[in-house]
Every structure is written in C-alpha cells, then in structure tokens.
Design a protein around this ligand. Sequence first.
Ligand code: ZN
Length: 356
Amino acid sequence: MAVPPHGAIDCDIHPALPNTAALLPYLDPYWREHVLLRGLDRDNLETGNYPPGSPLTCRPDWRPQRGLPGSDPGLLRAQALDAFGARFAICNVLHGAPILFSEDLSAALCRAINDWVAAEWLDRDPRLRASIVVPLHGPELAAAEIERRAADPRFVQVLLWAMAEIPLGRRTNWPIYRACARHGLPVGIHAGSSFRNPPTSLGWGSYHLEDYVAQAQGFAGTLNSLVTEGVFVEFPDLTVVLLESGVTWLPGWMWRADKTWRAMRAEVPWNTVAPSEQVRAHVRLTAQPFDAPPTRAQLERILAEIGGDHMLLHATDYPHWQFDGADALPDCLPEALIRKIAVDNPMATYPRLARA
Ligand code: ZN
C-alpha cells in the first residue's frame, strides 16, 4: 500500500457549506435582507455535480451520520488531516454560488463563502489553506473578489470549474488570469459543470454517471481553449492545476493537439511553442482520482508521456470517492516519486505554501 509521507500536502479537499443560512453572518446588510426576502437561506444551492447522497460524493466510511459530507470540521480533521499526516490541505468549496445566473448574487455569495471559509475553517486549523471562490460567469466581479481576498496568504489558489458558460480560455475570462498572475495565485480548475451547456458535446444524457464520465472531455476542451487562445503566452507565469481530472487522457490529447498545431499554427501565430510543451510548463494535475496503470513500468511510461514526475500533485479529494479503494496513492508508485508528488511538487506549484 502506498501512503503519503508525514508532512504531505493535500491539494484537494472539500469542506461543505452546511446550508445557505450559514452564510448570513458573512453577507452585508443588503444581501442578507435579499437572501432572507427570497427565502434563499432555506435552499442549499447545491450544484448537482456532487449530489450529497451519491456514492461518488462520499467514501462510505467517511459519510457522517448527520449533515452533508465534508460539513463536520472534527471529522475532516480526523479523516483527512490526521489520518494522512497532512502538513497543509487546500479547501475547495464546491457550491452553487459561482454559477448563479445573477452575477451580483453570485458575487455576493462567493464573497460570503470566502469569508466563511476563513473564519470557520482556516482560523480553526493552521494546516488548512483555501482556494478563492469566484463568480464563474462574471470575470470582472471575479477579479474584484481575487483582489479583495489576495492579501490573506492562506488563500493559495483561485477556483474555477472545468465546464462553464463559455470556454475558459476566451478573452472575456482574462481579467481572472490577470488578477491571478498579479498575485502569484495558480488557477485550480475542478471537475464540474455550470450546466449552461450539456456536459457532453452530444447533448444531455440521462444519468449522473454519464455526467461524471464526461468530465475528462470537459477538461480536454478547457485545456484546448486555454492553450489555443494563448492564455499561457499572455500570462507566462500562470500555473493551472487540473483538480480531479484523471491523468491518462492527457497523453492522447497532447499528441492530437501537437499534430494539429503543426499543420494549422498559422491560425494562432502567438502560439510559437507546441501545446504539449505549454502544458508541461504550466499545467499540473492532482493524483486523485488517478487512473493509474497496474505496473510501475506502465506508470513511468505515462509520466514520461505527460512530461515527467513534476506534473502530479497529491490529493485525497476528501470526502469524494472514485471507487479506487481506501489508499490515497496507487500501489505502484516508487518512494522517491511519492515524496515528490506529496511534498516537492505542491511546494513548487503553490508559492504561498512555500512562503509559509
Ligand atoms: Zn475534488
């Protein structure tokens, strides 16, 4: 069994907002009154990406007797931090606030969530860090929230979702990347859809199972957009972390992107560097879930194809569960690689962790 070394950095855990009413103390008077008038405090505003009762949303032995998976700080401390000897763990709150149709309400609730995370989680355990939650479809408002929260060094990343209203590389979204670059914050792109578009390019499926399997397509499309639009050319210091994306779809994507770019690069003259090279320089992936092959030789081949052992970051994805047993890392990882994934790579990816 492969276990993370003591002092590992867990790059993806999910504290859950117990209910929208928990945000009331963190809303300004206008928005508090607005939420109460509309009765939004009685609605959990969950996204549908992770239905609370689904086996995908919580490992069976982590499921609380009461409340949403991930909503109990004591359980999170014991099951995610103590159990895996974490030095730091990055909280990625997945909630409906970033994807509401009203950009103003979305921004107000995102502000409240960030302040709630700071007060209710970060202030209570020095091992916790967090991603800044932003209105996904309001880039200027998102940038303003990044500016507001960036002064707190415990916020180490900005959180976006793989499938939004428009592809994430589009210029409209660049205020977000400009703010991230200004503050040295990586962009974390988590599995999930705002459901403005079907999760597959074929239309709407019938089952949550289909949505989740389609996440890899969503990540591939997002990467295609970021590279082709020239995000990494415009923001040469930007790092993107793909959270919960899986890994083995990436070599095929790199091959296809490079091959097509060589033939059609006149269309994107700013891209003088091959897509695969841009990915190796700017993109990292969390290793939970890791669709790892069974043998060490096959694993080393995949790592060589995606660009090396600097690409992967350790994550438990607490409390989510991808049906791959109770181990935080696949069996076939050599010890030196485990240390790199669990400590060295996260430190290199998140400058604010290194400074702590
Ligand atoms: Zn996750």
